[in-house]
Design a binder for this molecule. Sequence first.
Ligand SMILES: [Zn+2]
Length: 155
Amino acid sequence: MNNPFMARAIQLSIEGVRSGKGGPFGSVIVADGQIVAEAFNQVTSSNDPTAHAEVLAIRAACKKLGVFELKNCELYTSCEPCPMCLGAIYWARLSRIYFANTAEDAAKIGFDDSFIYRELKEPHAERRIPAIQIMRDEALAGFRRWAERPDKIPY
Ligand SMILES: [Zn+2]
């Protein structure tokens, strides 16, 4: 099935490679049948490991629309999102994800994110990057302030 938004996401992935700015990934965010934002991966050129196409497109769409949620928007991405992007997509509350290449396709060219899913199942201290809990009681002060604040903006 030919889809113009996915075609654009794929085109962005190719443009990204041509530009030399990052990996071969492109994303488009669509609302009401219109492209709101688009991006390609810029990890290496921006020295930003979070500059995946999906994250950049979400940031651009939120900025353009002046919102912190993209509830009525859909994401078209040239590859199945990595765990970081998937998290960002859920936080942004996009309504749907369309993807073209699979995570397995990405792994074949050196972008393997399956280890992150495996890591999540490991106990904190046994992960490749150990996660060590300290100062919980002190940190709870911030949570109490939030819970008690009557005028907070929930999200
Ligand atoms: Zn990603």
